[in-house]
Design a protein around this ligand. Structure first.
Ligand code: SF4
Length: 450
């Protein structure tokens, strides 16, 4: 890999408390620490950005381009940008370049088919027991690789009170859902009253056990994580939060304080990281990021392969790079610090964990495994094990119609999962005849029966 001619080590390093770009040097602390001031003073024009960084022609082209995904950067986050190094990982995430305009094979507007998996607008019910509830399209700053750029940033796409009500109504009548992830956009930029109202309504639904919030606000604007916000959120436990962090430089002393306030409010913190070319696609950067996250009491949860979404082509890496990164994490640091690397399958296939293969071979009674060092060992399995033998409370068995998948095959619920139209294809247009008329002959004893 050739290093960019202007790349500096300096642009990768974490910065001290109260780092401010020259432009805001004289802003009183009270204003700087006020999240409403941060929102009001975001940068979004070429003139404003040029006051903080030395824009490259490629960046100028991106900012000027018509129809580009929304640009907005909080003064706090903009202050972390290296003004002279176009490879700065903060800069690459929020300053557009002309490369966003370059189409690529497989790109889509909604690559995860979220809108197709939404029974009502903004409520994505993809997995058996949980939903993604989009409650706003607004963010504190806008990431150039946003997977939801089809709606995010556009105030006209925001959800109406009727749509909120339809989302809540779906949840009230769907007892299968026990976990709701609030996202958007970013729920923490919403008016505190509106967010509290949504949380209150969700808590009235008895079958919803866990509420989660996905947010990048603590990174873009740690000033928003006030004591008052933490107190409000703490009313709705069990409430978890997943923060989106992509580079160690994002973890400033201010961000560490914000995480600490959330943790002290009893909110378990996890992190999500998008694997991004030029930002964090190096094993050493990811190792540093994971260690820093654990240091500030955030449990690394996912690394995502970058989605095939319009505008994000130049951020994508090979999947192999993600696997190499996982190889550099597992065993090299505590399991707490090792997230799961996933490819979110285009078309709505959902998250598929991907990683190095540790199983070398397997035979009756023995499995051969390798560790991170390359040590190959054998685990001898018990010869008298025939599976679990306890009685299970029937109410613990969850109803997940149609989604038992491969686990259903293992538990003997079905013999196979076949693609749509499989039986028709294999009948080859023939009529039922004396040998294939009776389906009982293909019913294996004890499989697929109650
Ligand atoms: S914070 Fe999340 S929703 Fe907002 S622009 Fe970034 S990736 Fe998209």
């Amino acid at each position: 890999m050739t290093q960019h001619p202007d790349a500096t080590v300096r642009s990768q390093l974490q910065l001290p408390r109260n780092t401010r770009a020259h432009l805001w040097r004289d802003v009183p602390d009270a204003a700087w620490n006020d999240w409403q001031w941060q929102l009001k003073n975001r940068l979004n024009t070429i003139g404003e950005l040029a006051q903080v960084i030395h824009l490259t022609p490629e960046e100028e082209e991106g900012i000027r381009a018509n129809g580009i995904f929304r640009v907005d950067i909080t003064p706090y986050f903009a202050s972390l940008i290296d003004p002279d190094d176009p490879t700065c990982p903060i800069r690459r995430q929020v300053v557009p370049t002309g490369r966003e305009l370059v189409p690529f094979e497989a790109e889509m507007a909604d690559s995860l088919a979220e809108d197709r998996h939404s029974p009502v607008p903004g409520l994505v019910h993809r997995y058996p027991d949980r939903v993604l509830m989009l409650i706003t399209t607004q963010c504190a700053s806008y990431c150039r690789f946003c997977t939801r750029s089809r709606i995010v940033g556009d105030p006209h796409q925001n959800f109406s009170p009727e749509e909120f009500e339809a989302q809540l109504d779906y949840l009230r009548r769907t007892p299968q859902v026990r976990d709701v992830l609030l996202s958007g956009g970013d729920p923490l930029v919403m008016s505190p009253k509106v967010l509290e109202g949504v949380l209150r309504e969700l808590r009235k639904i008895e079958h919803i056990e866990v509420i989660r919030i996905g947010s990048r606000v603590p990174i873009f604007m740690p000033q928003r994580v006030t004591g008052e916000l933490c107190e409000m959120l703490a009313q709705f436990h069990p409430l978890w939060m997943n923060v989106h962090v992509n580079h160690p430089k994002e973890i400033t002393p201010e961000v560490a304080d914000a995480f600490d306030r959330l943790s002290r409010a009893g909110i378990p913190l996890g992190s999500q990281t998008v694997l991004l070319r030029g930002v964090n696609d190096h094993p050493v950067v990811m190792q540093k990021l994971m260690r820093e996250l654990v240091r500030v009491r955030v449990r690394p949860y996912y690394i995502y392969q970058c989605d095939e979404v319009h505008g994000a082509g130049h951020f994508r890496t090979s999947v192999a790079q993600g696997i190499e990164i996982m190889e550099s994490l597992r065993g090299h640091m505590s399991g707490y610090a090792v997230p799961t690397f996933v490819v979110d399958l285009p078309g709505g296939g959902g998250k598929v964990p991907v990683g190095p293969n540790y199983v070398i071979s397997q035979g009756p009674g023995r499995i051969v495994l390798r560790n991170f060092e390359g040590y190959i060992g054998t685990y001898t399995e018990p010869s008298d094990y025939a599976g679990p033998d306890m009685a299970i409370p029937p109410e613990w068995v969850r109803q997940e119609p149609g989604q038992r998948g491969v686990s259903g095959l293992l538990s003997g619920e079905a013999l196979a999962i076949s693609p749509q139209g499989f039986d028709d294809v294999h009948q080859r247009g023939g009529e039922p005849h004396r040998l294939n008329r009776d389906p009982v002959k293909w019913q294996p004893r004890g499989i697929g029966v109650e």
